[in-house]
Design a protein around this ligand. Structure first.
Ligand SMILES: [Zn+2]
Length: 253
């Protein structure tokens, strides 16, 4: 029974992958009809046009394949054959266990060119982003800093803080010591909690400002550590010190 259902799952995933590839090819063909520009050959002899409507834009191909190593590999090879400006890994962080997410990236990464940007779509928590950088990813996009801020949750190097909690009522410290963002420079945890409790929107806006600053600063720091050759130590220390990896990422606000 298990074998049958597993086989169906694999068949379904292959069909999805074929569909995704088919859609990519259809998009390329649509572009080809609309704008006569540079044409690039593919390994299977077909010719597709790759161009953007604006010369300041880059065109990224998206690797799919769910959590199946062979499909990720196959998708990566097919997309790289089309020679995009950069490559994205899609279909990750959609509710699968974290180790499967990491494996999906590891399966595709060796096939992506080193001289083109790699973009992990829809990620992630601060430790996940560092783990993805360690696996060769360069770019991210994520709703967490703003979504969780709207729920009263702030990011810090030791994990998340829920500023709605009573423990912060008289807390005069900033959200994070040494953070230079506007919220941490001017407001205390206790005051921000008061704003949230009073349903004053400024509270959520301050946490949003801090969270965005925190994420951008983490990426700046990661870049610095890479340049100094100390990224691996930095990643291990950060991930070990970060205590709330099980934060509810499915919350929608
Ligand atoms: Zn701050």
């Amino acid at each position: 029974m298990r074998t049958v259902s597993l086989r169906l799952r694999v068949r379904g995933a292959k069909r999805e992958n074929d569909n995704a590839l088919g859609e990519t090819v259809q998009t390329m063909e649509r572009r080809k009809r609309r704008t006569p520009n540079i044409e690039r050959p593919t390994s299977n002899g077909k010719v597709y046009q790759l161009s953007t409507l604006n010369s300041n834009q880059l065109l990224f191909g998206i690797v799919q394949g769910a959590t199946f190593d062979d499909l990720r590999r196959q998708s990566a090879q097919a997309i790289v054959d089309l020679d995009f400006d950069g490559y994205a890994i899609g279909g990750v962080s959609v509710g699968e266990p974290e180790e499967e997410m990491m494996r999906a990236v590891e399966s595709a990464e060796p096939f992506l060119p080193e001289d083109k940007p790699r973009y992990a779509m829809g990620l992630g928590t601060p430790p996940q982003m560092l783990e993805m950088i360690a696996r060769g990813m360069d770019m991210f996009d994520c709703v967490l800093p703003t979504r969780l801020a709207r729920n009263g949750t702030a990011f810090a190097t030791t994990g998340t803080l829920n500023l709605k909690n009573a423990e912060f009522t008289l807390d005069e410290r900033p959200i994070e010591e040494n953070c230079v963002c506007y919220a941490c420079s001017e407001f205390s945890r206790g005051y921000i909690r008061h704003l949230i409790k009073a349903e004053e929107i400024l509270g959520l806006r301050l946490i949003t400002l801090h969270n965005l600053h925190f994420y951008l600063d983490l990426m700046r720091q990661a870049r610095c550590e890479i340049e100094n050759g100390t990224f691996d130590q930095f990643r291990k220390a950060f991930v070990t010190g970060y205590k709330t990896r099980d934060v509810d990422l499915t919350e929608r606000i």
